[in-house]
Design a binder for this molecule. Structure first.
Ligand code: NGQ
Ligand code: ZN
Length: 418
């Protein structure tokens, strides 16, 4: 049985199909869409997250505002087609490759905002502060130069972007990671930041960074963050993969959201988030497509559950006492955290319409619709999408799909030639 507040209460049979809520994508690095599938060849017998990162840096080095716009429009159109209606863009490729700011220091940010506006996806832009190359405070490497800011320059960037906010755009703030931002800089930024800005940070994704944090700060990343800062609903902790039980409970009690990115975390060999313990502790969470090896909330949610099944050798893990349906529990999770994580109450007027005539949904009812959407087959069931009243997907295709794909194709061929 489902209570009226459950997800089934947000699923409606309407003319033409099943209406379901739009999903917030809590973590995106748009430029990485252009390298999806291109880091799957061994470069070293011990290939890892860190060797992947070198390939990713080489790719980041090629981006400029025009190519960023072309890649991001392709990506955001794909997101809309998949049922994401908001994207949190964790944006750190700010400057020219040698670290010199563009004539307009916000040029890359503005390219991303233009891509969101032109495709019609709601955006929370998270300019990222990136200052050091490790916990020991070492300088940025040559490839990282274009990510770097001082605190003043970073706050100026945010101040310059905030006037662009409207009911489709929020400007928040991100710290790349504890590796990349010294404590004093975090404190300065938080003191200056407007109270309504959501705060995101990568944390505890890799065992190596947990060890480095322990060595330098004598505490694990999440332990340290919860102890040193007032972590609350404004915060989104991205990945938070490697947790002790105490940290798992600590995040849950803080009210922060964990942004779990199952397909990227699998692709990068990160490890598995302790979902069951976290749900039992009442923790809040959402999903992100991060590196965009997959652009599908169905696949993120499905693999979130499947990862748990594979390690526990049990079935139907993401459930609660009131919600025995895995699909509904998962959908409920992403809906509950969205407003705080994206920083505004977007989404109520969004429409995502699933194709009621699709074979995967034959005979579906309100009570099994979400399970069937998330766990049956691979064809996208999204037929139509409206964001804030604007129809952006018709018959399963973004309204500008062809023009966007053409520009993306030209841009990518050029990037691959360079
Ligand atoms: C990023 N991505 O900044 O794009 C990171 C990798 C890092 C993910 N963590 C780089 N998935 O963490 O240093
Ligand atoms: Zn990330």
């Amino acid at each position: 049985m489902s209570n009226p507040d459950s997800t089934a209460g947000q699923v409606h049979a309407i003319e033409g199909g099943w209406r379901v809520p739009g999903i917030a994508n809590l973590h995106s690095h748009a430029f990485q869409r252009a390298m999806a599938g291109m880091a799957e060849r061994q470069t070293h017998p011990e290939d890892s997250f860190w060797t992947w990162r070198e390939i990713m840096y080489r790719f980041a080095a090629r981006m400029d505002p025009d190519s960023t716009y072309a890649v991001a429009t392709q990506l955001y159109a794909e997101m809309l087609e998949a049922g994401y209606t908001t994207v949190c863009e964790f944006h750190y490729v700010h400057h020219q490759p040698d670290g010199t700011p563009y004539a307009d220091a916000a040029a890359m940010s503005k390219a991303l905002i233009a891509a969101a506006r032109d495709t019609g996806i709601r955006m929370t832009l998270l300019p990222v502060l990136y200052m050091t190359g490790g916990f020991d405070g070492r300088a940025l490497s040559a490839r990282q130069q274009r990510f770097g800011h001082g605190v003043d320059g970073f706050l100026r960037l945010i101040d310059g972007l905030r006037p662009l906010q409207d009911d489709q755009l929020r400007v928040g703030c991100a710290f790349h990671s504890l590796r990349a931002v010294p404590e004093a800089a975090m404190r300065e930024v938080l003191a200056a930041l407007p109270a309504d800005a959501p705060i995101h940070i990568h944390i505890a994704e890799q065992v190596g960074e947990v060890q480095d944090c322990l060595a330098v700060r004598n505490a694990r990343p999440v332990e340290w963050l919860l102890r040193e800062f007032q972590v609350d609903r404004r915060w989104t902790l991205v990945h938070a993969t490697h947790l002790t039980q105490e940290e798992t409970h600590g995040i849950a009690a803080s009210g922060a959201t964990v942004a779990i990115c199952p397909t990227t975390e699998a692709n990068l060999g990160d490890g598995l988030f302790p979902l069951r313990e976290y749900l039992q502790a009442g923790g809040r969470w959402g999903i992100g497509s991060d590196s965009h090896v997959s652009v599908s909330p169905v696949e993120e949610l499905r693999w979130l559950e499947y990862g748990q099944r594979l390690v526990t050798r049990h079935r139907n893990i993401a459930v609660t006492a009131d919600s025995p349906s895995v699909g509904e529990t998962l959908l409920q999770g992403v809906l509950e955290s969205a407003t705080d994580a994206i920083g505004f109450p977007g989404g109520k007027d969004d429409l995502v319409l699933l194709d009621a005539d699709a074979p995967a949904l034959v005979g579906a009812t309100r009570n099994d619709l979400v399970d069937r959407w998330l766990f049956a087959g691979n064809r996208s069931l999204v037929k139509q999408v409206r964001v804030a009243g604007r129809e952006v997907v018709t018959d399963g295709q973004h309204v500008e799909r062809e023009a966007i794909a053409r520009r993306y194709g030209e841009t990518l061929r050029q990037l691959l030639r360079d």
